[in-house]
Design a binder for this molecule. Structure first.
Ligand SMILES: *[C@@H]1O[C@H](CO)[C@@H](O)[C@H](O)[C@H]1NC(C)=O
Ligand SMILES: *[C@@H]1O[C@H](CO)[C@@H](O)[C@H](O)[C@H]1NC(C)=O
Ligand SMILES: *[C@@H]1O[C@H](CO)[C@@H](O)[C@H](O)[C@H]1NC(C)=O
Ligand SMILES: *[C@@H]1O[C@H](CO)[C@@H](O)[C@H](O)[C@H]1NC(C)=O
Ligand SMILES: *[C@@H]1O[C@H](CO)[C@@H](O)[C@H](O)[C@H]1NC(C)=O
Ligand SMILES: *[C@@H]1O[C@H](CO)[C@@H](O)[C@H](O)[C@H]1NC(C)=O
Ligand SMILES: *[C@@H]1O[C@H](CO)[C@@H](O)[C@H](O)[C@H]1NC(C)=O
Ligand SMILES: *[C@@H]1O[C@H](CO)[C@@H](O)[C@H](O)[C@H]1NC(C)=O
Ligand SMILES: *[C@@H]1O[C@H](CO)[C@@H](O)[C@H](O)[C@H]1NC(C)=O
Ligand SMILES: *[C@@H]1O[C@H](CO)[C@@H](O)[C@H](O)[C@H]1NC(C)=O
Length: 551
């Protein structure tokens, strides 16, 4: 060896030199790779808590929850109850039915026959009003209809409208229940038993709907009973000249398509915000694609109607919008009829800011997202940077679907609006020990049983809002509480439910799945109606909501 190095020192030096160069190159490449890894931002901000924090601290205030086990919308975020359309708070106040007067209630009703009641007797309605007032403290009764006969002589069906004290939108709902009535000793009426949510079928007003879907064929020709509190038909534009005189903002589909619901909302509200800023009618695609994470088939599913999830009626009342199909038809019709072109400004990059478009007088401003790669083609990029200062997302325009809210009301009502709730976040976060080291153990059945007993008294109704798929996971709590899970209320969206009928009607007669996003919406709203609420983050675990070191 020694001889060799003496004999050939140059050769050895060359070997050393080469290996040094190689090592340096290796170090350099590692360095470059590390730098790339550090500066690289994953394309989807919802999957990176770092990018997320940036989005919320620099672009917009964090009123928006990225936790995909809750979905907050306008009615959850607004700080004061919104005033109903066409009225002030005080005018609503006047129509609220306060505790009925005791005055003449005890006056004798002719109760010669104790086994039957007279549903048209005003005193009977008064007895029901008093009963409801005492039984359902958290709802405000707005108006009652005349009671009608139930199925037996001692039953009456009564319908009324109400609103929920916990709900910040001033939305009205309808209930109709079947009451079993009897007489007190002094012959005045008393309620023996109230019926379940929507049990008073005879009091439900039938409204005849003629169903004429797409191809003109009548899917069902028997009269449909619909919730007459909901009117989310697609608005029609009207005459030719009104089309030409309108101003539209049209977004073509971008990379947001088939992303999660939080991403959809963040993008959609950005677009709607830009339309408001530009004082233009937004051209809206009512068809949503659901990400595989929340579908029953575990594949992305296209063709979901916006109205399954959100309140389109409220949206069209609060923001000028036109449905894409209607819009394209009218556009084409106008150009064919007038043999000329409608002025269109095509915008192909989000870098063209809303401010730059403010002065554009074209009838249509068409933002095209088709060509750019992700994440350049996300709608919400329009609202980034300086635009965030003057384009505001119109959260109050977006409420949850009333059809889903009817389910929420039925669930809360079945617990007589007197329940506590715990929000248990598990799923992917519980599996990710790196970012949430304690979450899994802090939400284990034993830990839950111990922690909940400190916050909620024994044998209360306990609603568990959760993304834990295993139904029996919470069985340990059943020896302390009356536990309710969303799946206990399956019949509310099963094939004999109103929801099933109503959504099928929107869907051209085909049944609609009760998918993961609907579950999240219902869970969120039931959670918010509880009296005592225990949250996973802050109450059950000290892990941070967005992963380690983010709080
Ligand atoms: C955002 O937060 C800042 C500081 O907390 C506050 O001054 C500002 O009014 C907020 N903006 C909105 C739109 O809520
Ligand atoms: C609503 O009615 C209550 C009692 O009837 C009254 O005290 C309250 O001032 C009213 N509120 C408004 C806004 O009119
Ligand atoms: C009670 O009934 C009498 C007669 O039936 C009526 O004159 C009076 O106004 C009623 N009082 C109330 C408070 O309704
Ligand atoms: C039921 O009450 C209404 C209103 O008080 C009265 O007009 C009607 O005659 C009563 N019907 C019977 C069968 O008593
Ligand atoms: C309701 O029932 C009573 C008897 O219980 C009957 O006299 C009355 O005609 C019924 N009313 C209607 C509208 O069917
Ligand atoms: C539903 O709303 C539209 C306007 O958006 C209106 O033209 C239509 O008459 C309403 N339908 C019902 C049944 O109220
Ligand atoms: C917004 O547009 C409407 C009609 O399209 C017009 O009447 C109104 O003055 C515009 N408002 C502003 C602030 O430009
Ligand atoms: C509803 O679903 C059940 C079980 O999935 C099925 O047996 C029944 O036939 C269905 N009913 C209707 C009306 O589709
Ligand atoms: C749903 O529709 C079917 C057929 O149209 C009808 O028989 C059923 O009563 C409806 N169910 C509800 C709860 O409205
Ligand atoms: C949950 O934590 C929040 C914030 O620390 C606290 O205000 C609230 O009282 C806690 N709730 C319960 C039920 O312990």
């Amino acid at each position: 060896m020694r001889e060799l190095s003496v004999v050939d020192p140059i050769g050895q030096n060359i070997v050393r030199l080469i290996s040094n160069v190689c090592f340096s190159a290796f170090v350099l490449s590692v360095l470059i790779f590390t730098v790339i890894a550090i500066t690289y931002q994953p394309p989807d901000p919802w999957e990176s808590s770092r990018a997320l924090t940036k989005v919320f601290t620099q672009v917009e205030n964090a009123t928006f929850k990225t936790d995909n086990s809750v979905l907050n919308t306008g009615e959850d975020i607004s700080l004061t109850p919104s005033v109903p359309e066409g009225g002030s708070v005080s005018s609503v106040n006047q129509s609220i039915i306060e505790m009925p007067d005791e005055g003449n209630v005890t006056e004798k009703s002719g109760c010669a026959d104790l086994s039957s009641v007279n549903c048209s007797d005003p005193k009977l309605l008064l007895a029901i009003k008093r009963f409801n007032f005492k039984a359902f403290k958290s709802i405000v009764f707005l108006d009652y209809q005349k009671p009608v006969n139930g199925s037996k002589p001692d039953e009456c069906d009564v319908a009324w409208r109400f609103r929920n004290r916990k709900e910040k939108s001033w939305r009205k709902y309808r209930d109709f229940r079947r009451f079993k009535l009897g007489f007190k000793d002094d012959c005045s009426y008393k309620v023996i038993r109230p019926g379940r949510w929507h049990s008073g079928l005879n009091a439900r007003r039938p409204s005849i709907q003629v169903v004429t879907p797409r191809n003109g064929q009548v899917v069902r020709n028997q009269p449909q009973i619909r919730d007459d509190e909901i009117n989310d038909t697609i608005p029609v534009l009207g005459s030719d000249s009104s089309f030409r005189n309108g101003r539209y903002l049209y977004y073509s589909r971008g990379g947001d398509y088939c992303k999660g619901m939080n991403h959809y909302l963040w993008s959609f509200l950005c677009a709607l915000g830009e339309a408001r800023y530009l004082n233009r009618t937004f051209v809206m695609d009512l068809s949503i694609c659901l990400a595989s994470s929340h579908t029953l088939s575990n594949k992305d599913e296209e063709g979901k109607d916006f109205r399954f999830y959100f309140d389109f009626e409220h949206l069209k009342e609060s923001s000028p919008i036109v449905e894409e199909g209607e819009f394209l038809r009218d556009w084409k019709r106008w150009e064919t009829k007038h043999k000329s072109k409608i002025p269109v400004r095509k915008v192909s990059s989000y870098r063209v800011t809303p401010l730059q478009l403010k002065r554009d007088r074209s009838t249509i401003i068409w933002r095209q997202f088709d060509d750019a790669p992700e994440p350049e083609n996300y709608w919400y990029r329009v609202c980034e940077g300086p635009a965030a200062k003057y384009v505001q997302r119109p959260w109050p325009a977006l409420w949850k679907s009333k059809r889903l809210m009817n389910i929420v009301t039925a669930i809360s009502g079945s617990m007589d609006w007197d329940f506590d709730a715990v929000h248990v976040v598990r799923g992917e976060k519980a599996r990710n020990k790196l970012l949430w080291p304690n979450l899994d153990s802090d939400t284990s059945p034993d830990a839950l049983a111990v922690k909940l007993q400190a916050a909620i008294s024994l044998w209360r109704n306990l609603y568990v809002a959760t993304n834990e798929p295993f139904y029996n996971y919470f069985d340990k709590l059943r020896s302390h509480y009356k536990v309710h899970l969303l799946d206990d209320f399956k019949s509310l969206w099963g094939n004999t439910s109103e929801w099933y009928n109503e959504t099928a009607l929107l869907n051209g007669g085909r049944p609609v799945d009760f998918d993961g996003y609907m579950r999240v919406e219902v869970d969120t709203e039931v959670l918010y109606r509880s009296k005592t609420r225990v949250e996973t983050f802050y109450n059950l675990t000290r892990d941070c909501k967005d992963g380690i070191n983010t709080c």
